[in-house]
Design a protein around this ligand. Structure first.
Ligand SMILES: Cc1ncc(C[n+]2csc(CCOP(=O)(O)OP(=O)(O)O)c2C)c(N)n1
Length: 544
C-alpha cells in the first residue's frame, strides 16, 4: 500500500462499516480520494456517466443493504447533478453518503472555479453537511457520516473534501464498527397497546418502511395474524406484507378512492407502525383526522422526532417496529372481539374490487396494464421490480399483487430517472434475483445511460420501456384542469430499439398485445440485459 493518507483513513472507516461499493463520476477535485480507492480491493468502484444516476444507484444500494450507499462527485457541476439523489434519500429515508471534491482550502469562499458552499446548498436537503478543514478529521468524519446516515430516520449526509486535504499523510487510527442496541418500547407503552389490542373492534395497521429489515416482514405477519389485524401498507411499501393474504387490505397511495378511505376512517384503532405518516400515506394529512385523530392512534417509528409529529397519538413509541410487534405477539391465543373477522373481510373485499384488473379498451396502442398483467403471471417469486415515476407504473401499484419474496424498488420522492439506475444497482447487489425495470419514455431519457453498466457486467435485467409519446402523468393533470389544450407534454422520441441495440442489448418491440406473453417469457430467460420497447397507449381518455 502507498502512504497512509487522509483518504485512506476515510475509506478505511467506511470499509469497516461494510461499505464495499462506491459509485462515482470522476472530477479533478477528488483524484486524491480516487487514487486511494485503488488500495481497497474490497471496494467495487462503479464508474458512472451522470451524477444523478450514480446517486440513484447509491440510493438503491443503501436501501437494499441498510448501510450507507456511497457516491462521489466533483465540485460545482457534479454536486449540482447529484442533488436529486440527496433529495430522494431524504424523502425515502435511505442512508446515503455523498462525497464531493472541493476547491483547495486556501480558495474556499472566494467563489473559486466551480465552488459551491455545500452547507448552504444541501443545508435543508441533507441530515448533515460537513466540510473537512484538516486531514486528521477524515477518519472521524467518515465515522460520523455513517452514524448520521443510519441512525434515527436514515437519510443523506454530504461530505465536502478540499482537494489539497485528500493526500496528506495521517497517523493510522483503528475504528471499530459500533453496533447499537435497537430502540425498545417502554413497558408502560406496551401495556397500553395490549389493552387497545384486546378491545378494538375495527383495528387497522398502517405498515411502513421501518419493517424493511431482516425478519421485519415475518414479525409483522405473525403479529397481524395473531391479533387478526388488517394491514394497509404505506406509500409504495407494497412488498412488506403478502398481498394475497386475507389481512392485506391495500396501500395508501396516490389514488385511493373515496369509498375506500371512508371505510378506513371507520377503524376504531390505528396502529401506524414503522411509517412516518408522510404526506401521501396520510392522504395529504387527512387520514387519520389531522391533527387529532378520531380514533386512538398508536405511532411507532425508530426516531423520537417523527413519532407523533403530525398527528396526536394515544401511544407514541420511538422504537423499532419489528421488536415492538415481536413483543406484542402472544404465545397463546390472543383475546379480541369476534367482530374483527367481519371487519377484515369487509376491508379485504373492498381491496379486491379496487385491485381487479381493468377492462378498459384502447385503440391508440398497447394497454400497458396488459404488460403488467402478463408480467405478474410469469414473474418468478423472487422478482425485483424497479420503477421509475410515471403513470405507466400505476397498474403495478394497484394490481400487481406482490408475493412475500418479491420486492418493489420505487422512489417515494417520485423522482423520474430513478428506475434504470435503481435496477442496475439492484442487480449488482442481488445477482441471484431477476430484476425488471419499468420506465416511461420521459423518465428513461432523464437517466438511462446506466444500461451500459448492465451490458458491461452482463446483468440479467429486463428493461421495459412504456413509450406513449408523452409525459402522460402530467398530461392527465392537464386534462383535468385545463381540458382544452396540453402544451409541453408531447414527446418527440428517438428510435429506442436502435438505441438499445447500440448499447449491445437484446431488443424486442411490442406493438400488439398478442406479442406480450412470448416476448416477456423470452426476456425473463435472458442471460444478460434485455430491452423491450412497448408502443403504449396513452392510457387515458382525453378530451380532443
Ligand atoms: C425529475 C422529475 N422531473 C419532473 C417530474 C414531474 N413528472 C412526474 S411524472 C412526469 C411524466 C412522466 O413521463 P413518462 O416517464 O413518459 O411516464 P408516463 O407518465 O408517460 O407513463 C413528470 C414530468 C418528476 N416527478 N421528476
Amino acid at each position: 500500500m502507498s502512504t497512509h493518507t487522509s483518504s485512506h483513513a476515510f475509506l478505511s472507516v467506511l470499509a469497516v462499516h461494510g461499505v464495499d461499493r462506491i459509485f462515482e463520476v470522476p472530477g479533478e477535485s477528488y483524484i486524491g480520494l480516487l487514487d486511494a480507492i485503488a488500495d481497497f480491493p474490497q471496494i467495487d468502484l462503479v464508474t458512472c456517466r451522470h451524477e444523478a444516476g450514480a446517486g440513484f444507484m447509491a440510493c438503491a444500494d443503501g436501501r437494499l443493504t441498510r448501510r450507507p450507499g456511497v457516491f462521489m462527485v466533483s465540485r460545482g457541476p457534479g454536486a449540482s447533478n447529484a442533488s436529486i439523489a440527496v433529495h430522494t434519500a431524504q424523502q425515502d429515508a435511505i442512508p446515503l453518503i455523498l462525497v464531493v471534491g472541493q476547491v483547495p482550502k486556501k480558495d474556499l469562499r472566494r467563489e473559486a472555479f466551480q465552488e459551491i458552499d455545500y452547507r448552504a446548498m444541501f443545508g435543508t436537503l441533507a441530515k448533515w453537511v460537513f466540510e473537512v478543514t484538516a486531514p486528521e478529521q477524515m477518519a472521524e468524519v467518515a465515522y460520523k457520516a455513517v452514524r448520521m446516515a443510519t441512525t434515527g430516520t436514515p437519510g443523506p449526509v454530504v461530505i465536502s473534501v478540499p482537494e489539497d486535504l485528500q493526500q496528506q499523510p495521517v497517523p493510522r487510527v483503528h475504528w471499530r464498527a459500533q453496533p447499537h442496541d435497537p430502540l425498545r418500547a417502554s413497558p408502560a407503552g406496551l401495556a397500553r397497546v395490549r389493552e387497545l389490542l384486546h378491545t378494538a373492534q375495527r383495528p387497522l395497521i398502517i405498515a411502513g418502511g421501518a419493517f424493511d429489515v431482516p425478519g421485519g416482514r415475518e414479525a409483522l405477519l405473525a403479529f397481524a395474524q395473531a391479533w387478526q389485524l388488517p394491514v394497509c401498507v404505506a406509500f409504495r411499501r407494497h412488498d412488506l406484507f403478502p398481498n394475497q393474504h386475507p389481512l392485506f387490505v391495500g396501500d395508501l397511495g396516490l389514488a385511493n378512492p373515496p369509498h375506500q378511505m371512508a371505510l378506513l376512517h371507520d377503524s376504531d384503532l390505528i396502529l401506524a407502525l414503522g411509517t412516518r405518516l408522510d404526506d401521501i400515506t396520510s392522504q395529504n394529512f387527512t387520514f387519520p383526522h389531522h391533527p387529532q385523530p378520531a380514533q386512538p392512534l398508536v405511532h411507532c417509528y425508530p426516531d423520537p422526532r417523527v413519532v407523533g409529529l403530525h398527528f396526536a397519538t394515544e401511544v407514541g413509541l420511538p422504537c423499532q417496529p419489528k421488536g415492538l410487534v415481536e413483543e406484542l405477539t402472544p404465545d397463546v391465543d390472543a383475546i379480541y372481539p369476534d367482530s374483527r373477522a367481519e371487519w377484515a373481510r369487509q376491508l379485504r373485499g373492498m381491496h379486491d374490487q379496487i385491485a381487479a384488473w381493468p377492462q378498459r379498451d384502447a385503440d391508440d396502442g398497447v394497454r400497458f396494464f396488459e404488460v403488467v398483467r402478463h408480467l405478474r403471471a410469469l414473474a418468478p417469486s423472487d422478482l425485483r421490480v424497479c420503477l421509475d415515476a410515471g403513470t405507466f407504473a400505476a397498474p403495478v401499484y394497484r394490481h400487481f399483487g406482490f408475493e412475500p419474496t418479491q420486492r418493489l424498488m420505487a422512489p417515494l420522492s417520485g423522482a423520474m430517472g430513478y428506475g434504470t439506475p435503481a435496477a442496475v444497482a439492484t442487480a449488482l447487489r442481488e445477482p441471484q434475483h431477476r430484476v425488471v425495470c419499468m420506465v416511461g419514455d420521459g423518465g428513461f431519457m432523464m437517466t438511462g445511460n446506466e444500461m451500459i453498466l448492465a451490458v458491461e457486467r452482463r446483468l440479467p435485467i429486463v428493461f421495459i420501456l412504456a413509450n406513449n409519446g408523452s409525459y402522460a402523468s402530467i398530461r392527465i393533470h392537464q386534462a383535468r384542469t385545463y381540458p382544452t389544450r396540453h402544451p409541453g407534454t408531447d414527446l418527440y422520441n428517438p428510435d429506442f430499439a436502435t438505441m438499445a441495440r447500440g448499447f449491445g442489448m437484446a431488443v424486442d418491440v411490442i406493438e400488439h398485445e398478442d406479442a406480450i406473453e412470448a416476448t416477456l417469457r423470452r426476456a425473463l430467460q435472458s442471460q444478460g440485459p434485455h430491452f423491450i420497447e412497448v408502443k403504449a397507449s396513452l392510457g387515458v381518455t382525453l378530451p380532443p
